[in-house]
Unconditional design. Structure first.
Length: 459
């Protein structure tokens, strides 16, 4: 819609809120982000001004039509009045359609809080588990406490006052028109009397219709905030768009090399290349052999006085007293540093290294990445975000995405990184990209519980 801000459009469609959820916590993070965009859009001063302009055109049309009747059609006042009435209808229709879509989206996000269970499934007729009951009771209590007076606070206050004033003015004009109907309907009534009566009828209709439409949107939003209506939109199954890279699934998707599972590593990461480790892993040389020269990539060369080993299976070469060699994991060059856990809202966990996240992420020609992860989300850009998981920290970089990236920190603060700006995340942070989330937690924490903790709550 033309009057809908671009930031609010990704949150309007039912697919953005009625998709499968990994849990109640990620849904609430997404809900807060959506309402933070939809409420200002619904209370936009631009849309209010356009609505006032449509109302003024309707009032002017009523006055001119009445004047045209009073002068028996001379002067073209009726023609101008009808033209203004048509313009008011089209402009008012655009304003009402936009407001209705925004109000419907706000109500959908508000009521969604009691339609999702703690495990992310939809509420059905069965008895809810205690965790779901607790989460729903907390949401309802918070919404009702903050929504009790929301009609008298911005951004809804201007529309509440407009609805009351228009209702009062329209009612007064309707009463006057009703009282003057008998005089205006007589066969001997003067044209100016009929014109004045017709002007009151048209203006009162414009005022009452505008007030009714405004109050209807406010009522929908307020009833949803107070949880007086149930969520009436069924969940839609997630269908990944065609043409995605083979990254939709579980676990990290490897592009080059292999990624170890999250854990504890030294200062030199296990996922680093040979140049970062200083030497490539090699098969342990047999006893009596001398190692290859430094910088050489060839295998160990047997010593002159040592016979070449026979081509036997590995189990035959190693005697019963000699254990099998342990795999190479890099030199212990520093103290152990934990790797934070990074998980998408659908449950996939990112491995250490550099990962690209998007609908169909593609690395730049000069860029080296360890993995790409595709998300089935139309609100996410093709290559939306770079995530670097390093020992002790996680850094995200927005790749110039269309809808931007929003970081919710554990202390409740919100940051919107600019394109190309590295932003470090702490455990408990939640990143919102489009309609998807990415959570950070300590290695021993459950990411889902980290999301569920409200700001300032003890861990």
């Amino acid at each position: 819609m033309l009057l809908t801000p671009s930031a609010a459009r990704p949150w309007l469609g039912p697919d953005s809120r009625n998709r499968p959820w990994p849990g109640h916590g990620p849904m609430m993070v997404r809900r807060r982000e959506a309402l933070g965009v939809l409420y200002p859009a619904y209370g936009s001063w631009v849309r209010l001004a356009l609505g006032a302009l449509a109302w003024a055109c309707g009032v002017g049309a009523g006055v001119l039509v009445g004047r045209g009747v009073a002068v028996a059609g001379a002067g073209g006042a009726s023609t101008v009045g009808i033209a203004l009435l048509v313009a008011a209808t089209f402009l008012g229709g655009a304003v009402v359609a936009t407001g209705s879509a925004l109000a419907r989206a706000i109500a959908g996000w508000l009521t969604l809080a009691t339609a999702v269970r703690a495990d992310g499934g939809r509420v059905d007729g069965t008895t809810a588990d205690p965790e779901t009951v607790r989460a729903h009771e907390e949401v309802v209590a918070q919404d009702r406490a903050s929504g009790g007076r929301e009609l008298w606070r911005p951004p809804l206050l201007p529309r509440t006052l407009a609805a009351l004033l228009l209702s009062a003015g329209g009612a007064v004009l309707a009463v006057q028109a009703g009282l003057g109907y008998a005089e205006a309907s007589t066969p001997y009534a003067a044209d100016d009397v009929r014109g004045a009566w017709l002007a009151r009828v048209v203006v009162s209709a414009v005022c009452l219709l505008t007030a009714l439409l405004t109050a209807s949107g406010l009522r929908r939003v307020h009833r949803a905030r107070m949880h007086r209506v149930a969520h009436d939109e069924p969940a839609s199954p997630a269908s990944p768009p065609a043409g995605l890279t083979p990254a939709v699934g579980t676990g990290a998707i490897v592009v080059s090399g292999t990624l170890p599972p999250p854990g504890v590593v030294g200062e030199v990461p296990r996922w680093a290349g040979p140049s970062a480790r200083g030497a490539a892993p090699t098969t342990p040389a047999p006893s009596g052999s001398r190692p290859a020269a430094p910088g050489s990539s060839g295998p160990a060369v047997p010593a002159p006085d040592t016979p070449a080993p026979s081509r036997q299976p590995a189990a035959a070469v190693a005697g019963p007293e000699e254990p099998a060699p342990a795999p190479w994991v890099g030199p212990p060059t520093g103290p152990a540093v934990p790797v934070l856990r990074v998980r998408l809202g659908d449950g996939r966990e990112l491995g250490p290294g550099t990962t690209l996240v998007g609908r169909a992420p593609v690395a730049r020609p000069e860029e080296h990445v360890d993995a790409v992860v595709a998300v089935a989300d139309d609100h996410v850009s093709k290559t939306h975000l770079t995530v670097r998981v390093e020992p002790g920290r996680v850094v995200v970089v927005d790749r110039g995405s269309t809808n931007g990236t929003v970081v919710h920190h554990p202390d409740g603060s919100v940051h919107r990184p600019r394109a190309g700006e590295p932003h470090e995340l702490a455990p408990g942070a939640v990143v919102v990209i489009g309609a998807s989330t990415l959570s950070v937690a300590d290695p021993g924490d459950d990411v889902e519980h980290t999301v569920l903790r409200p700001p300032g709550a003890p861990s």
